[in-house]
Design a protein around this ligand. Structure first.
Ligand code: KG4
Ligand code: ZN
Length: 334
């Protein structure tokens, strides 16, 4: 089954064609990131206008790469939320137009589930259920237990800032990047040979039972640390990254011990973080659980994830029932 997926929830405009949920045939991604770097943060109006400019070229390029006509496509999938409403609407309305014109079913997809399914694509190793999921993105940080496709239990998540948001704000405080500086922060942390700031930042909620987390206090603490000017920037970056990884790894150990999943899946933009991947793989090995994380390219937003999630959770709906919902949570049906 060939699914054409569309993703337009934030600043990426993406189209992909995926076979049977696992075989990536085509992926095209356009990004308006450079425009938001100028303003030091995303301006939703600008992001939506850039979506409009990119959506048709991205779809045309995908079909050109597939080298087959629309008759080869079995269904259309689209991200309906969470995200920025102006951006989401562009993808949702484009998907409806395609479904109507080509007479294909349309499958709404929750963007966060897309991040989970990045693990299923191009992956020769079998992912066995039950599965523990950790989603770490710019807007979300959630633990989910999956008994099977579509059978989810929410375990806990951040009560305030998402991990990606904390990375981005810290990168900005350190003067590394004005917009989405997670990678730059991580690169600086990697240059630190001796973390002089070790132990100066809190590991919020690590000692508490349960899977809820909090990262806004960490952000305030790192701001104080930078203002004190006692340590070099590489040590601060390293201490911040270590504090985040300590919390996520600590909560993951709790979840692995309580739920004893067969597989542990990491997803979302922050899943690209090398230290996080390494630590979670290590603790998974210690708990006889297979660890999976998508290739870096599929950690950040793309439409391959969306087409894959649609295949495994195929709940196509009539076109007039599909709407963009900017505030979907991980447990909400798209
Ligand atoms: O999933 P995503 O592309 O967008 C949302 O759905 O929110 O995640 C973007 C987030 C940003 O906060 C970005 O700084 C962060 O992922 N990120 C990283 C790394 N690569 C991307 N954070 C830490 N280390 C990285 N290597
Ligand atoms: Zn995302």
């Amino acid at each position: 089954m060939l699914i054409l997926g569309l993703e337009s929830s934030c600043d990426e405009t993406a189209c992909a064609i995926v076979k049977d949920g696992v075989e990536e045939l085509v992926s095209v991604v356009a990004s308006s990131k450079e425009f938001h770097e100028v303003t030091g943060g995303i301006v939703p109006e600008v992001a939506a206008r850039k979506q409009i400019e990119a959506i048709v070229p991205v779809i045309s390029e995908s079909l050109r790469k597939l080298d087959k006509g629309p008759e080869a496509i079995d269904a259309i999938a689209v991200t309906t939320g969470p995200g920025l409403i102006g951006s989401l609407l562009v993808g949702v309305e484009a998907a409806k137009a395609l479904a109507l014109a080509w007479n294909k079913p349309l499958i709404p997809v929750n963007h966060l589930m897309g991040h989970v399914y990045g693990n299923f694509v191009n992956n020769p190793d079998k992912i066995e259920f039950p599965v523990l999921v950790l989603i770490v993105s710019g807007g979300h940080t959630d633990f989910v237990y999956m008994r099977n496709h579509g059978d989810l239990e929410y375990l806990g998540g951040t009560l305030d800032d998402a991990v990606g948001e904390a990375f981005d704000k810290t990168a900005r405080l350190l003067g590394l990047a004005k917009y989405l500086g997670g990678v730059q922060l991580s690169n600086l942390a990697a240059t630190c040979e001796n973390n002089l700031a070790q132990g100066t930042l809190p590991r919020p909620m690590l000692e508490r039972p349960g899977f809820d987390m909090s990262f806004s206090g960490l952000k305030t603490a790192v701001k104080r640390l930078i203002n004190e000017n006692k340590f070099d920037n590489a040590s601060v970056a390293c201490e911040f990254e270590t504090a985040v990884v300590d919390v996520l790894a600590g909560k993951s150990v709790l979840a692995l011990e309580k739920y004893k999943p067969k597989s542990f899946l990491l997803g979302g933009g922050v899943a690209a973080n090398t230290n996080l991947r390494t630590r979670l793989k290590l603790i998974s090995n210690e708990h006889d659980t297979s660890f999976f994380c998508p290739p870096i390219r599929l950690c950040t937003d793309n439409a391959v994830n969306i087409a894959s999630a649609a295949f495994f959770n195929n709940k196509s709906k009539p076109l007039n029932e599909i709407t963009a919902d900017p505030s979907l949570g991980v447990m909400d049906e798209a």
